[in-house]
Design a protein around this ligand. Structure first.
Ligand code: AR6
Length: 178
């Protein structure tokens, strides 16, 4: 599929305009991708997140929404923080909320005039979303967005070959991979 790439890599090393952070609503850091991004980017990211909490999001960033900071010492220009659904508690809104993460991150990237973005597999780690289900939702959401704005190159970045394979197998069920 044009404009979509898949790879096994460390998302903190991506040379793109924006990397997406699988954050939590506090925006104050955590484990997984979130911890890795804050470690790689340095204190600048946390300080901007604290400002966002003090101004726009006193109650935290709602699930499915996205907000940008700069990327500190990483190669990327921006970090787009989004909060995926917790699989054990998202009930009948899981799919909608996970799709919103991708769509709202892409909208934010577009507003920042970014032409490249790298996503982790949001919610599939600590938040427990089954990887195959999450893959289909992620892929469909990105394709939907690219149908109306194809100026962004989208990378799906996986931390293991196993996650990559699950994603590829899941989207093969949606269409023939080119
Ligand atoms: N690069 C690419 N992918 C990674 C990396 C990396 N450096 N590290 C982990 N992954 P997770 P979530 C994969 O847990 O499920 C945090 O504490 C990982 O294998 O980072 O949305 C936040 O603060 C998994 O497949 O995000 C929240 O509290 C995927 O990235 C909570 O975790 C996402 O795993 C969010 O949980």
């Amino acid at each position: 599929m044009k404009n979509i790439n898949l790879k096994v890599a460390d998302i903190t090393q991506e040379d793109v305009c924006a990397v997406v952070n699988a954050a939590n609503s506090s925006l104050l850091g955590g484990g997984g991708v979130d911890g890795a991004i804050h470690r790689a980017g340095g204190e600048q990211i946390l300080s901007e997140c604290k400002e966002l909490r003090a101004s726009l999001y006193p109650d935290g960033l709602p699930t499915g929404e996205a907000v940008a900071t700069t990327a500190g010492e990483m190669r990327a220009k921006y970090v787009i923080h989004t909060v995926g659904p917790v699989y054990s508690s998202c009930k009948n809104r899981c799919e909608e909320l996970l799709a919103n993460c991708y769509i709202n991150s892409l909208k934010t990237a577009s507003e920042l005039k970014c032409h490249s973005i790298s996503f982790p597999a949001i919610s599939t780690g600590i938040y427990g979303y089954p990887k195959d289900e999450a893959a289909k939702i992620a892929y469909n959401a990105v394709k939907y967005f690219l149908d109306s704005d194809n100026t962004i190159e989208v990378n799906f970045v996986f931390s293991s070959q196993e996650s990559y394979n699950v994603f590829v197998d899941a989207i093969k069920e949606l269409e023939t991979w080119e």
